[in-house]
Design a protein around this ligand. Structure first.
Ligand SMILES: [Zn+2]
Length: 298
């Protein structure tokens, strides 16, 4: 049975070409580039498979050494530094919100950092493992739900945050529409993404993006600003993203056995360091006071 292919959710075009193919768990994954807007999208058979994969140890192995490493004290310490830095940045750029929501809150580190600064922040994550970890590691209650399925009040939040997962959602268009709905007028939406046009993609090759079922979108500055514009959001700042990591996680990412051995001998796996995310961008955007529906048909 042939499957009806969807047009591009950004420009509506059906004109596309396959730019990347890969076998993954006995399934051929295809990333297609829509020729009008340059959006690259993987229309996988089932989003349930992607969600299941994102809760696996295998998923985390592409950025660290699996759950054991991700839930380690040293990784949590890095996320804490990361969270404090981000809270400070938000305070400086836009002022801290009163009521906020973090989508994909993971171990709840950022939610905790916001709460410590007086923000009434709700965290949500679809992974029961991470929700449990958030409670155990940070004493933070995270709502165990998929943001897209959750019943949420309209115009209730001053800010929405989403880190590390915008390219993995089932539909960025629907995600942004929902975020705009729950945000108060002039509300803030802060997220990060990997820029597909960045030169480091050519250097890092297959390590730049996960070549898996969870990696649905390949985004650029242009496609991100078009999505924001279509949803009725105004881009405030778009700047390079930095990340706190450990020497051990960085070595895992580089996949060098020699480097890993040297680090193990020296026992320096836990040392934290701040590195620029190759091609990583962090975006501050704001719900426009009067959102408009823009037509991209001409
Ligand atoms: Zn398009």
């Amino acid at each position: 049975m042939s499957k009806m292919r969807k047009g591009c959710d950004l420009c509506g075009s059906f004109s596309e070409s396959v730019v990347n193919e890969r076998m993954f768990r006995n399934q051929m994954l295809r990333w297609r580039k829509f020729n009008v807007c340059s959006l690259i999208f993987q229309d996988a058979e089932s989003y349930a498979d992607a969600k299941e994969f994102m809760q696996s140890n295998e998923y985390l192995e592409s950025t660290c050494r699996g759950y054991a490493d991700y839930l380690s004290i040293s990784s949590e310490h890095c996320r804490r530094r990361q969270s404090f830095r981000l809270v400070e940045k938000i305070a400086r750029y836009c002022g801290l919100p009163s009521k906020a929501m973090e989508i994909g809150a993971a171990t709840g580190t950022f939610v905790k950092a916001l709460r410590e600064n007086g923000v009434d922040c709700t965290g949500m994550d679809f992974s029961p493992v991470l929700v449990k970890a958030a409670k155990e590691m940070n004493g933070v209650d995270i709502v165990n739900n998929d943001f897209m399925d959750a019943a949420l009040p309209t115009e209730a939040y001053d800010a929405v945050f989403l880190f590390g997962t915008v390219g993995t959602v089932s539909s960025i268009k629907m995600l942004m529409e929902k975020i705009v709905r729950i945000l108060k007028p002039s509300g803030l939406f802060v997220f990060n993404y990997m820029n597909y046009n960045h030169f480091s993609r050519k250097l890092l090759g297959k390590r730049y993006h996960r070549q898996t079922i969870s990696s649905r979108y390949r985004l650029t500055g242009t496609t991100i600003s078009r999505y924001l514009d279509a949803a009725g959001m105004r881009l405030l700042y778009d700047e390079p993203d930095y990340k706190w990591t450990t020497v051990g996680s960085l070595a895992g990412y580089l996949r060098s056995n020699l480097v890993a051995k040297i680090i193990a001998v020296l026992h320096i796996q836990w040392i934290p360091l701040m590195v620029p995310v190759p091609g990583g961008r962090i975006v501050f955007s704001q719900k426009a006071l009067h959102s408009r529906n823009k037509c991209y048909c001409g």
